[in-house]
Design a protein around this ligand. Structure first.
Ligand code: HPA
Ligand code: MG
Length: 223
């Protein structure tokens, strides 16, 4: 496997980027009142995912990968990324054999990290011993969740571990962790859509959007 030459490549969504008015896109009716703006439209996500797939197959050459989906937020990125990798596998003279695995973590309540991660589902990590693991995550926020997941993974001795995250948040709370493959670097705001949730809502929204105060109140945990 080649070392990634594209680690520092990502689309930077600047702090003063106004995004797009909701009126310019199709938004599910039940969320119209709950969002402030579209930050990253689904079409741009799709284009960026296509390129990440190309970077990944370029680096892996013909090494088999176990793609590990971090549920639930990672599922859209995971399926779209793997679809693109599969497409490249049938259009190049080299191909990357793919296996899939899933892990379910929980760390967020409302818009705050609980500070702890819990593994609440998935197969035994022991299956990853000796494998090239590609962790597929929706977002790196503080980086704490990923560091904890990486230490769990290292304990089962995979051959290699790489991380692809669709989003990295620019936050002063960051521990400095950077994934091997990043789609977009975004401002320090709470976003939803493309499988990212707020208390399980908004996963059924295609575009990556900023939630508004009304939305936070409407879907807050009642406890
Ligand atoms: N949105 C949804 N889930 C998250 C976020 C976010 O901004 N940051 C960390 N998990
Ligand atoms: Mg996540």
């Amino acid at each position: 496997m080649q070392e990634s030459t594209t680690k520092g490549n990502f689309i930077k969504v600047e702090d003063d980027n106004p995004g797009y008015k909701m009126d310019y896109f199709c938004i599910p009716k039940h969320y119209e009142e709950d969002l402030k703006r579209v930050l990253v439209p689904a079409g741009l996500v799709a284009d960026r995912v296509e390129r990440l797939a190309r970077d990944i197959v370029q680096d892996f050459q013909e090494e088999p990968i176990v793609a590990l989906c971090v549920l639930k937020g990672g599922y859209k990125f995971f399926t779209d990324l793997l679809d693109r990798i599969k497409q490249l596998n049938s259009h190049r003279n080299k191909s990357v054999p793919l296996a899939v695995d899933f892990i379910r973590l929980k760390s967020y309540v409302d818009d705050q990290s609980s500070g702890q991660i819990e593994v609440i589902g998935g197969d035994s990590l022991e299956n990853l011993k000796g494998k090239n693991v590609l962790v597929v995550e929706d977002i790196i926020d503080t980086g704490n969740t990923m560091l904890k997941l990486l230490s769990l993974l290292k304990a089962v001795e995979p051959k290699t571990i790489k991380v692809a995250s669709l989003l990295v948040k620019r936050t002063p709370k960051s521990v400095g962790y950077r994934p091997d493959y990043t789609g977009f670097e975004i401002p320090d705001i709470f976003i939803v859509g493309y499988a990212l949730d707020y208390n399980e809502y908004f996963r059924d929204l295609n575009h990556i959007c900023e939630i508004n105060e009304a939305g936070k109140v409407k879907y807050a945990t009642k406890s």
